[in-house]
Design a protein around this ligand. Structure first.
Ligand code: FAD
Length: 300
């Protein structure tokens, strides 16, 4: 492709063909909008009267469209569409050792219920992350996967309601999703009013790594991370719950303690925006319970 610039009466559209040129455009026009699928920006312009005089398409910038498995994990360019992401992850799941691809499975499963084909075919990973929506179906999964370039861990990237840690002249280049290790499990959760093509009431991403206790030989938790969406202005991590898990076995006592702590970590006040408070609290607990059962089954 060649570089394009199409000036119009209300906006000018740029299509750079290198990362250097993209960054130069962003430096010249810090408030320029990067647009891939337009499934968020289009709504802002049509229904919220937003005006973006400079629009930049990263579709022809190779670095933003790369999909590559490295020693560390999978590198996903921010302009990769959700459909292409899903296809590539399915390929990794089929070709790599099963224990490495638990996070890939979680992403594929979550994408199955993310919007519909039309949206997934055009919309990109970067647009979903940068929008910073509290009900993004993928952000809790990235947050639970942690070790997630400036290298910003996904867990610290979301600052508030639709606000992310990015300066106007910065772009999201790529996401690195680490391969999981042996006895490390990642799982996605989403409850929406209907299964197909609907936004979440509550969603979550959870990761745990188990190890065998030297003395007893039983399984105990070595690491845990959990993030919930749809419960506050941004996706939140259940850090106290995860800290309490470390060193414990997945028994009834640990479950009871975690169910108590998760309601503190993910406190939904009685008058929380979005309503359905009791239901959402129940979903928070129920996802945790389901994750316990899932991990126990994996260890059998
Ligand atoms: P765009 O609209 O092109 O961009 C969105 C924002 O991200 C803009 O501010 C843009 O400037 C910025 N941006 C994009 N790429 C970069 C980059 N590389 N660097 C810096 N900034 C960047 N979301 C869910 O989580 N779950 C759902 O089930 C779901 N269902 C949907 C159903 C419908 C009908 C619609 C319209 C949307 C739905 N969404 C859902 C939300 C939306 O589809 C996603 O957020 C999508 O991934 C956005 O990608 P995009 O390429 O279309 O973003």
């Amino acid at each position: 492709p060649t570089e394009l610039c199409m000036p119009g009466p209300r906006l000018t559209w740029h299509r750079p063909t290198s990362l250097a040129r993209l960054l130069q455009l962003k430096a010249e026009h810090p408030y320029a909008k990067l647009v891939v699928g337009n499934t968020e920006v289009g709504i802002e312009m049509k229904f919220k009267a937003a005006q973006y005089p400079v629009v930049v398409s990263p579709a022809a910038v190779p670095e933003l469209n790369q999909l590559e498995a490295t020693d560390k994990g999978v590198e996903i360019g921010a302009a990769v569409t959700l459909t292409n992401l899903m296809k590539y992850f399915k390929h990794l799941i089929a070709t790599r050792p099963a224990h490495e691809t638990s996070s890939c499975c979680a992403v594929v499963n979550q994408l199955r219920w993310f919007a519909g084909n039309q949206i997934r075919n055009v919309s990109a990973l970067g647009g979903n992350i940068v929008t910073g929506s509290p009900i993004s179906d993928l952000n809790p999964v990235w947050m639970a996967s942690e070790r997630g370039c400036r290298d910003v861990p996904a867990a610290n990237f979301f600052l508030g309601y639709r606000t992310v840690d990015m300066k106007p002249d910065e772009i999201l280049l790529k996401v690195t999703l680490p391969f999981t290790r042996k006895y490390e499990y990642v799982k996605e959760f989403k409850q929406a009013p209907r299964r197909e093509d609907d936004i979440a009431i509550v969603n979550a991403g959870m990761r745990i790594r188990m190890e065998q206790d030297n003395q007893t030989g039983g399984w105990v938790v070595a690491e845990a991370a959990m993030a919930y969406g749809g419960v506050a202005a941004k996706a939140v991590r259940a850090d106290q719950t995860c800290a309490a898990l470390v060193g414990k076995s997945l028994d009834q006592g640990t479950l009871g303690e975690c169910l108590r702590l998760v309601q503190k970590d993910v406190a939904i006040s009685d008058n929380a925006p979005g309503g359905r408070v009791e239901y959402r609290r129940a979903l928070v607990a129920s996802f945790l319970f389901k994750f316990f059962v899932h991990v126990a089954n994996m260890l059998e």
